[in-house]
Design a protein around this ligand. Structure first.
Ligand code: ARG
Length: 264
């Protein structure tokens, strides 16, 4: 049912884009990244469904930019998308062990992660930002020293903040990690932490859903999001990159993003 629905959404978007005379052409080669030679029928996506607007629950259905993008990639590969929800920190291991074919979770490309997995081409930019309570004495990131920082466990926000001051961090003792960003935001509301460092789009969603919070204007770090794939599965990396290039060229990816991040 979900597959049919998202297909309808993509088809409608494609039609309306075509109607605007903006149908575009595939970036590379003809046709789609076909699924010939694929031994598996299912394309297993590991994610952490607590990261709006990339992946989150609408009732019991996981929705979001990553979910629809992964569905569109699976369609191009002629595969059935299967979503496995897990802690963010478990995704890389799931991809490495083959439990999942790909990690799609607003995941930032980092040198450290590249030692363990491959990444597709980037499909979005993420920015680490700081959420504080309205009226907080934290005005810029220079005021974070000595404060308690809430983060989502194993995310880049966690890794950067827990690093030593010499490396631009604030020290482990000043960081509290929570399983989800929402839990970190809850801790901010109840005063257990003084701020939360998290990606900008989820930050906007959390601030919109909770009263009395704001996002600082100074940004912490600018990052690229990409799909994580096992080191030895270069075939899938190529197929995913081809599919992504097509989805970028024909406006599908932009349309998915626009659906979840309305222009301000
Ligand atoms: N971009 C950050 C990172 O890669 C956070 C991603 C968190 N994603 C999620 N689905 N919870 O570490």
């Amino acid at each position: 049912m979900k597959k049919i629905l998202s297909f309808v959404v993509v088809a409608v978007l494609a039609l309306s884009l075509a109607a605007c005379g903006n149908s575009g052409a595939p970036a590379q080669g003809e046709g789609s990244a076909a699924g010939e030679g694929t031994s598996k029928e299912t394309l297993v996506m590991a994610t952490n469904g607590a990261f709006p607007p990339y992946e989150y629950y609408d009732g019991d259905v996981m929705v979001g930019i990553d979910v629809e993008m992964a569905q569109a990639v699976a369609d191009k590969l002629g595969m059935e998308l299967q979503i496995e929800d897990m802690d963010f920190g478990a995704i890389i291991a799931a991809v490495q062990s083959g439990k999942a074919d790909m990690g799609v979770a607003g995941m930032t490309v980092t040198e450290e992660r590249l030692e363990n997995v491959n990444f597709s081409d980037s499909y979005a930019t993420g920015i680490q930002v700081v959420i504080v309570k309205e009226g907080s004495d934290i005005a810029t990131i220079d005021d974070l020293e000595g404060k308690m920082i809430g983060v989502q466990e194993s995310t880049t926000g966690h890794i950067y903040c827990a690093d030593t001051p010499e490396n631009g961090g604030y020290g482990e003792e000043n960081v509290t990690a929570y399983t989800t960003g929402a839990n970190a935001v809850e801790a901010l509301k109840t005063g257990k932490v003084d701020c939360v460092v998290i990606d900008n789009e989820p930050a906007k969603a959390f601030v919109a859903a909770n009263e009395g919070l704001k996002i600082l204007e100074t940004e912490f770090a600018v990052e690229d999001y990409a799909i994580a794939i096992a080191k030895d599965n270069t075939e899938l990396v190529e197929k995913v990159n081809k599919a992504l290039a097509e989805l970028k060229a024909d406006g599908t990816l932009d349309a998915i993003v626009a659906k979840y991040i309305p222009a301000e």
